[in-house]
Write a protein that binds this ligand. Structure first.
Ligand code: ADP
Ligand code: MG
Length: 661
């Protein structure tokens, strides 16, 4: 069934539908209205108070049309309503003229202007309203008006039974839900609000059920994958932990214990470690890699940026310096010879650990015996990239790390196919990052504080707001800031600029100088945002902070406060102060994520780019949390039921959906 098979869809309409991203019958029928308008024929009387209403009138003069400008015309006629004569006016509907004939009864929708005795219509119904009517309102554009879309959907409804029903029969019964065909009719042509509500529930439930079903299905599939158990000496792992310059937090110990148990088990590990920025996830992954090495396997750690890969590489060299473990680094543009050597060492088993950017998923990167795959900042990667990485070993254990602060209940649901460990506490001695919102007019205060910190031999990050999309602007803005700072500090302070357009080697050199405290102020675009660890930095200044989501801001400020020094974050902006206050009040990533969710609602979930978290078409994880939990329980039950096992078509559906993610 194609869109063009629907009555009223010709080539032009087809194009118009495409502008709304409607390509299939299913797209069209599940194009959800965003609200409903209620109309019932009203009587205009002395109580009228300038609201939008619908009235039935009798046409008493033939309309006249005036063409005011190109693309702008006015249709006017006299009519009678409730024994009162008045004018009616509507703009840009000259084409209605032949249909508005003397003596005809029609419905005007709009507002009445008493002074001019004129009813200004925004819509006219040639078939008069007799009863209440509920009109769905869709997001449309200038090519396709609401009414036209309604007509097309109305004819498409005749073929509604062609759409697959995704909610299993027993559940339709359990919730006394209509059939999908009925639900679609109730959605687009409801007789009353109750029907519309029922329909909306149906589609939210369907979306969440399918999602949770898939999550549970994947979880079960995972549980059936076995691998060789890994044997290593707990004593040696403990010795390594003792060699660290700090003791692990209880949270870290708990997460680690589970990871080590996963490694030892015959079941393939599939674990996500969720912990706020600075909670110390890296060292946990290193310990896991050490145990994996003791068991005779190679490990790989993938990071989203080169800066981060190099940082991890250096820390690894440092932590493992008293072991005989060998580490390689693979990033985008290394010299060919160097790269070849690395690849050889990997394949021969010379390297025990490979750290790198997504360069490591390239086809020519082959391992001798890969046993553990770790992705840092996993939300930055697509599902595909993670899958390719895993395919480089036979059945490697998989560990994901993320600072995506999401409320626990959602995490357990959305990541239901993974085992999730939460790192809830930060290392002892960490102080809260003192956060202040400052107007541009208060920049002086910030500058003098910066100077003070630098005099105390500390360092400063500055983040310029402009989004990476527009690199040109980006360059200008960070460059401009550098000029301003140089001016303010009389060129006396070493300042460097870091942005995405620089060559990898330049970026590396800049980071190196900052780490070595040669540079005092690092001005950057958000390339700095993930993972970087320079303990001596005590101030983070973020310009145009209102352009970022709370979660991103929290991540950014997590670059400071990595030791026991007092650390500060300044959010410079003149707008949206209310929203940003959450950051002044709290340093708790999980709390901030809840607030972010509350304030921003659906759509841009948690303000995280490419979150890897599915966004929904009609359901909203915040407001529909109850339906989500219901769908979770129902889908688990259904997956284990006889009905499911006998319902082969459901396998089919799953297969078709497996491209979603
Ligand atoms: P994140 O969880 O954001 O990836 P990191 O792993 O980068 O955090 O850790 C942040 C800093 O905390 C690092 O400098 C690390 O050495 C340090 N760290 C990690 N664990 C501890 C601990 N138990 N005690 C003290 N410092 C720690
Ligand atoms: Mg990290």
């Amino acid at each position: 069934m194609e869109l063009t098979d629907i009555k009223g869809v010709g080539p032009k309409m087809l194009n118009n539908l495409h502008t709304l991203n409607i390509y299939t019958l299913e797209d069209l029928l599940t194009y959800f209205p965003y609200r409903y308008d209620l109309f019932e024929p009203a009587t205009l009387d002395a109580n009228y108070n300038n609201e939008r209403i619908a009235i039935n009138v009798e046409v008493t003069t033939t309309p006249t049309t005036a063409y005011i400008k190109r693309n702008f015309n006015k249709l006017q006629f006299r009519c009678e309503h409730n024994q009162k004569s008045m004018y009616a006016v509507i703009f840009n509907r000259a084409f209605l003229k032949p249909h508005i004939t003397l003596g005809k009864t029609i419905t005007l929708i709009g507002k009445y202007n008493l002074n001019k005795n004129t009813f200004i219509c925004d819509d006219i119904k040639l078939t008069p309203l007799t009863n209440k009517e509920i009109i769905p309102i869709y997001h449309t554009n200038k090519n396709l008006k609401n009414n036209d879309l309604r007509k097309i959907i109305s004819s498409a409804l005749m073929d509604a039974s062609a759409l697959k029903n995704y909610i299993p029969e027993p559940l339709l019964e359990k919730y006394e839900m209509p059939s999908k065909k009925q639900a679609l009719r109730m959605l687009h042509e409801p007789h009353n609000f109750n029907e519309a509500k029922k329909a909306i529930f149906f589609f939210k439930y369907e979306e969440l059920f399918l999602f949770m079903f898939k999550v549970n299905y994947m979880k079960q599939a995972q549980e059936n994958i076995s691998k060789e158990a890994k044997h290593f000496s707990p004593q040696m792992v403990n010795n390594f932990i003792k060699s660290l310059p700090f003791t692990l937090t209880t949270s870290q110990e708990e997460a680690l214990a589970l990871i080590l148990a996963d490694l030892k088990s015959y079941k393939k590990m599939n674990r996500l470690v969720l912990g706020d920025v600075g909670s110390g996830k890296t060292i946990i992954s290193f310990i896991a890699m050490y145990a994996n090495f003791l068991a005779g396997y190679q490990s790989v750690l993938m990071t989203p940026t080169e800066v981060l890969a190099r940082q991890h590489y250096e820390s690894a060299l440092n932590y493992f310096k008293n072991t005989n473990l060998k580490i390689g680094l693979l990033v985008g543009n290394q010299p060919k010879k160097e790269k070849e050597e690395i690849l050889t060492n990997l394949l021969s088993g010379e390297y025990d650990i490979l750290i790198g950017t997504h360069a490591i998923i390239e086809e020519n990167v082959k391992f001798y015996r890969l046993g553990l795959v770790i992705t840092d900042e996993q939300h930055r990667f697509g599902v595909k990239q993670r899958e390719v990485l895993k395919s480089k070993g036979e059945v490697p254990d998989a560990l994901y790390m993320s600072a995506t602060p999401i409320p626990r209940s959602y995490a357990l649901t959305i990541y239901g196919d993974l085992d999730v460990s939460f790192i809830t506490h930060k290392p002892m001695g960490r102080k809260e990052i003192i956060t202040k919102i400052k107007k541009y007019s208060e920049l002086k205060d910030v500058l003098s504080h910066i100077l003070e910190e630098i005099k105390n031999n500390h360092q400063v990050y500055v983040v310029a707001s402009l989004i990476d999309d527009n690199e040109e602007l980006d360059l200008k803005s960070v460059g401009l800031l550098k000029e301003k700072f140089n001016l303010a500090f009389n060129n006396k302070i070493p300042i460097e600029v870091l942005h995405g357009k620089l060559k990898a080697s330049e970026k590396e050199a800049i980071m190196e100088r900052f780490k070595n405290n040669e540079t005092k102020i690092l001005i950057s675009t958000t390339v700095i945002e993930v993972g970087v660890d320079v303990k001596n930095a005590t101030i983070m200044v973020i310009f145009d902070a209102d352009r970022f989501g709370l979660a991103t801001l929290h991540q950014l400020r997590g670059r400071v406060g990595r030791n026991n020094l007092d650390s500060y974050c300044y959010l410079i902006c003149d707008h949206e102060i209310e929203r940003l206050k959450v950051l002044e009040e709290s340093n708790d990533g999980f709390y901030i994520s809840e607030k972010d969710l509350e304030l921003r609602g659906a759509g841009d979930l948690f303000g995280i780019r490419q979150s890897g978290i599915k966004t929904f078409k009609i359901a909203n994880l915040k407001t529909d949390a109850k339906i989500l939990m219901q769908a979770k329980a129902d889908s688990e039950e259904y997956l284990n039921s006889k009905e499911y096992k006998n319902n082969l078509s459901y396998y089919q559906i799953l297969k078709e959906l497996s491209h979603l993610n």
